[in-house]
Design a protein around this ligand. Structure first.
Ligand code: DX5
Ligand code: ZN
Length: 218
């Protein structure tokens, strides 16, 4: 499967965000991961659709919008209008409506993805396999960059990839978010994930291009 690297702009300097996104594209990023936090679903507040709209003209890469918000369904239209290409919503925020929210997102012409937190059992996302374009497994507690990868996540990724294969959706994009480093990237990919989010690992380095290709395994 194609390995895709999605740098998270959570770790970027927001005063120079346009230039930063251009640089990420030039350095080989595959997606731009945008962490939207509402101060309710998670304690911090980051940014919303307005920011996505402002970075849109700076890159052709897909904007991968990870909504860490309550009632994410109320924000879909704004993010689509702003230029989002993928919208991820948490199972913990949507509950039994998750599949319906994924369908709403797809109706708007963008890709839909469902996310689970570290404390949520992987089986909670199985219902989404049929409707989702991507599934996101959190490998840290959402809210902050720079945390340590939770090793139990690897088992969840394996179980999810096996379930996707069994369901005839073996080519599903499985994204992993939080604490991804050059050291643990091979284990994460071996477990079955093919989309790696990286915030601190990319932004703490002076060689973004080198880090992105090392994460990809080149
Ligand atoms: C955490 C965010 C992540 C975060 C990852 O709530 O969803 O996308 O930016 O940052 P690192 O790679 O530093 O753990
Ligand atoms: Zn994220």
């Amino acid at each position: 499967m194609k390995i895709k690297i999605a740098p998270s702009i959570l770790s970027a300097d927001f005063s120079r965000i346009g230039e930063t996104v251009k640089t990420l594209e030039a350095c080989g990023a595959d997606l731009i991961h945008c962490d939207v936090m509402d101060g309710n679903f998670v304690p911090p507040i980051t940014f919303g659709a307005q920011m996505v709209k402002q970075i849109r003209p700076f890159t052709k890469l897909p904007l991968d919008c990870h909504l860490m918000t309550l009632h994410p369904e109320t924000h879909i239209e704004d993010f689509v209008k702003a230029g989002a290409d993928i919208i991820s919503v948490h199972v913990e925020a949507c509950g039994k409506d998750t599949v319906n929210v994924l369908r709403e997102i797809k109706k708007c012409g963008v890709k839909a993805s469902a996310v689970i937190n570290p404390e949520t059992r992987v089986g909670e996302i199985f219902d989404c396999v049929e409707d989702a374009d991507m599934l996101l497994v959190m490998s840290v507690h959402p809210g902050w960059g720079g945390q340590k990868f939770i090793p139990e996540t690897l088992k969840k990724i394996e179980a999810l990839r096996a379930f996707c294969v069994k369901s005839g959706r073996g080519e599903m994009d499985i994204e992993v978010d939080g604490g991804v480093t050059i050291e643990n990237a091979s284990d994460i990919k071996a477990a079955g994930a093919n989309v790696l989010v990286a915030g601190n690992t990319v932004f703490k380095s002076s060689d973004m291009r080198g880090v992105i290709s090392a994460l990809r395994g080149e």
